[in-house]
Design a protein around this ligand. Structure first.
Ligand SMILES: Cc1ncc(COP(=O)(O)O)c(C=O)c1O
Length: 455
């Protein structure tokens, strides 16, 4: 195997660092990246194992964010690697339109075994964004097949992130999407977000105040009439818009209002799924069962792209009507339940089970909370939020330069051997669930040092 130093791009990165740019990096238009800044000073990851990455120069970097919230069992885990390798040689592709292959059924069955009771059906996609589109379409079609086709409205939440496709950015509540991409889907509205620093700053775990923010859904029911609303989608914990933990009782209240009005509740568990909150899913941690759940990321430990919608049986069963030769749900992706992804998913679930990873956050969350909240006195920290193995440290933005301080902290941590993520001026931490206590200390110490250096 190549040592990182042998890789051709290592030379390009070195050249770019000294010349201020390199043609070898030119063609890749990078997603969600400050392309010009990156290409002047590239951060190239070349190898990974367990809790660590190594960059193109062979420098070790502790992974404080599980890649992008996906590598929950740590990197290049042997069983997952072997399963993908073997599957690639055995059955590379099999259609799942009017055909099937055994691993798809096996994986679906195993997912339902760890899902909340009554959520017994799995529809495969290739990403979180596709899972969101699938869930939204499923909700609309569910009402339609039951004779309530007038329920066409979709409700999201301010500061929600549901991926990048048109349905997801429409129900999402991110200003940049609204600015860049126009009017998006019609018939969408939003309840207010739950961030309330005046009452909840520095809450340990779930904030005490804000169950009543759920009542905003009643306002939209009064405005639109509940009989026009198909579904409400929220992230149990919002990650991409700054680590927002649900106030105590908030998700319960949303569930009650949805039930009262026949509205489906969708939990977007793309980042909270697969052990992040100390149970397989946040639905179980917070004791609220949605009707549909979107997942991705940790489903295959990030090793092969895959997502899924986990549905209550009653949703699926509503479609199983009419002539048997007809397709019941007119939707699917060429790569739904791709054999390599299924093999990776099965090996991932096995690894999680063997190592107790889906509940390991319960053992570590106390230490993470204690260490994170001690950052309260560090420069520019205006809030600290945590739940399970999720941490958020919000910094005061520099006047006129929102996001710049956060970005500089990210760069400083990276230069000092720790990968974190920042969204705006909030530092987000979501390490692999195999993290050891000393590594939690290393992440927080590195962040503290960075806060001291970044003015
Ligand atoms: C809550 C949530 N939904 C959806 C997505 C989109 O997932 P993907 O990037 O796999 O399309 C993300 C990605 O971070 C997410 O955090």
């Amino acid at each position: 195997m190549n040592k990182p130093q042998d890789l051709p791009l290592a030379a390009a990165a070195a050249a770019a660092a000294t010349t201020g740019g390199d043609a070898a990096l030119d063609a890749f238009w990078m997603p969600f990246t400050a392309n010009r800044q990156f290409k002047k000073s590239p951060r190239l990851l070349a190898k990974a194992s367990g809790m660590h990455y190594w960059d193109a120069d062979g420098r070790e970097i502790l992974d404080g964010c599980a890649g992008l919230w996906c590598v929950n069992a740590g990197h290049t885990r042997p069983k997952i690697v072997a399963a993908i390798q073997a599957q690639a040689a055995e059955l590379d592709f099999a259609p799942t339109f009017q055909m099937g292959h055994p691993l798809a059924f096996e994986l679906a069955g195993q997912i339902t075994r760890i899902a909340p009771a009554g959520m017994g059906k799995v529809f495969f996609t290739n990403s979180g964004s596709e899972s969101v589109e699938t869930a939204l379409k499923m909700a609309l079609a569910y009402h339609r097949v039951r004779g309530e086709g007038q329920r066409t409205r979709l409700i999201g939440r301010e500061r929600g992130y549901h991926g990048v496709n048109f349905g997801g950015i429409s129900v999402g509540g991110i200003v940049a999407n609204r600015k860049m991409f126009g009017a998006m889907l019609a018939g969408v509205d939003h309840i207010r977000h739950t961030h309330d620093p005046a009452r909840n700053a520095f809450s340990v775990g779930q904030p005490a105040h804000g169950a009543d923010f759920a009542d905003d859904l009643e306002r939209l029911c009064a405005l639109h009439d509940p009989s026009t609303i198909a579904a409400v989608i929220v992230e149990p914990i919002a990650g991409s818009t700054g680590v927002l933990i649900p106030p105590q009782g908030y998700l319960q209240r949303l569930r009650e209002i949805c039930d009262r009005h026949g509205i489906l509740l969708i939990f977007d568990e793309v980042i909270t799924g697969f052990g992040r909150t100390g149970q397989p899913f946040a639905a179980q941690t917070f004791g609220v069962t949605p009707d549909l759940m979107t997942v991705a990321k940790g489903l295959t430990n990030g090793a092969v792209p895959m997502g899924a919608v986990i549905a209550k049986d009653m949703i699926h069963d509503a479609f199983m009507d009419g002539p048997e030769h007809l397709i019941e749900f007119f939707h699917g992706y060429t790569y739904s339940a791709h054999p390599l992804a299924c093999a990776a998913g099965l090996a991932t679930l096995q690894t999680y089970a063997e190592e107790g990873l889906l509940t390991r956050a319960q053992q570590l969350q106390g230490q993470l909370a204690e260490r994170l909240h001690a950052l309260r006195d560090a420069p520019n920290v205006i809030d600290v939020r945590n739940y399970g193995l999720v941490g958020g440290v919000e910094l005061a933005p520099r006047p006129g330069e929102p996001g710049k301080r956060g970005f500089e902290v990210f760069l400083d941590c990276y230069a000092n051997g720790v990968l974190i993520r920042t969204t705006g001026d909030t530092i987000a931490m979501s390490p692999p669930l195999i993290i050891e206590p000393a590594q939690i200390d290393q992440i927080v110490d590195t962040v503290r040092a960075a806060l001291g250096r970044v003015a």
